[in-house]
Design a protein around this ligand. Structure first.
Ligand SMILES: *Cc1c(COP(=O)(O)O)cnc(C)c1O
Length: 382
């Protein structure tokens, strides 16, 4: 490589894994005004901004209820508690998810049972759920990982047959549809994270529970604020798990753009797929069958038989960020060593060695997608 080529590489614009709000001046202006309005109102906890976002988010999710909470993890914890899952119970979670899915189960005193995933979709299926069932399993948490919808109906059928509650973890799939229905409305309840880097992100930690079951919504609302009914009348042992008004105001502004943002992500994913064509040793995400959906929180390729680190270094030299979601499946993490489920999920373990997340965000240009494709086509070298 000549010095000239090296110099032009160094000048090349960097492509981050995702893009934050500051990159869009118009959006920034609107968000700062919304935050200013909350600050002037002095209603930082609860109040109009929170109630408005809850009703907007419920309508957008086509759910009868949405309850704002302080994070996606808290959403899982409070939903599990509202579904009366606790000590002595077991809950099936997929072995490849963000660890919060399993943590929430542990935090309510139950035990996670790790299920393997399908090697092509990387998701929990009715089949992998069935293999993970025990007599103590009372609930399952399908995760719409990376934005791809779990094949829900076969799973719902098995869950009904075994009297299991179904809690959808939608933290990576805001707005995705399964058989025409928004995620979160198919099971007993659905949970969302609005962590800044999620498809719908706040300016800090935030989350929500959606449900069609009024008693579940009511119990989450009670638990998130010290089990308080009328002021200082505490009916159950709850917590501080509320959604901040500032986060709610930010989310209301961004929710109005969410449908377009998801559509833009699908367009970028199509461009990345095109850029990967003819590269038979790198596998693009599996095609999305009719009735399923993908909102591409992450664009995750597979690198079977390749040195993933070398590919990542090559991308980095070309100014392109990449990540691995996730390098250690939950059942093999130190946090869950004590459960001794080392052999529980061979597919998830294999995927963890091969997966690679490429940059994806709504404003990515065709040129940027092509640049990523070109870097991936370069030979590995000696
Ligand atoms: C982000 C995430 C969570 C946790 O959300 P936080 O807001 O970070 O607590 C849970 N599950 C999945 C699948 C996630 O991606």
């Amino acid at each position: 490589v000549s010095a000239g080529v090296r110099a032009s590489r160094a000048e090349v614009e960097r492509i981050p894994l995702t893009q934050m709000d500051a990159a869009d001046p118009g959006l920034m202006q609107e968000l700062l005004e919304a935050v200013g309005a909350v600050a002037r109102s002095g209603a930082f906890v609860g109040g109009e901004a929170v109630e408005r976002f809850e009703s907007e988010f419920a309508a957008w999710c086509e759910a009868s209820h949405a309850v704002g909470v302080s994070s996606g993890t808290e959403a899982l914890v409070l939903a599990l508690r509202a579904l009366r899952i606790g000590p002595g119970d077991e809950v099936v979670v997929p072995a490849n998810s963000f660890i919060a899915t399993a943590e929430a189960v542990s935090l309510v005193g139950a035990r996670p049972r790790f299920a393997d995933v399908d090697s092509s979709t990387q998701l929990l299926t009715a089949g992998t759920l069935e293999r993970a069932l025990t007599d103590r399993v009372r609930c399952v948490i399908p995760v719409h990982l990376f934005g791809r919808t779990v094949e829900m109906y076969p799973l719902m059928e098995l869950a009904a047959h075994r009297s299991l509650s179904v809690l959808e973890d939608c933290s990576q799939a805001h707005g995705a549809r399964y058989q025409g229905r928004r995620v979160g409305t198919i099971g007993d309840a659905g949970t969302f994270s609005f962590y800044p880097a999620k498809n719908l992100g706040a300016w800090g930690d935030a989350g929500a529970v959606v449900t069609g079951r009024e008693e579940v919504a009511g119990r989450v609302a009670l638990l998130r604020s010290h089990g308080e009914g009328p002021r200082y009348h505490h009916h159950v042992v709850g917590t501080t798990g509320r959604l901040d008004a500032i986060q709610a105001a930010v989310l209301s502004v961004k929710l109005r753009r969410q449908e377009r943002a998801n559509e833009a992500r699908r367009g970028v994913a199509a461009q990345l797929r095109t850029a990967l064509e003819g590269n038979e040793r790198l596998l693009a995400p599996a095609a999305v069958p009719c009735g399923c959906d993908h909102v591409y929180h992450q664009f995750v390729i597979r690198t079977p038989g390749r040195d993933r680190e070398r590919i990542r270094e090559r991308l980095a030299r070309g100014g392109v960020a990449s990540a691995v979601h996730y390098p250690i499946p939950i059942h093999l993490s130190k946090a869950y060593e004590h459960l001794g489920e080392e052999r529980a999920a061979p597919c998830a373990s294999q995927l963890a060695r091969e997966i690679l997340s490429l940059p994806i965000f709504p404003s990515m240009t065709a040129e940027q997608a092509a640049r990523i494709g070109a870097l991936l086509r370069e030979p590995d070298g000696p």
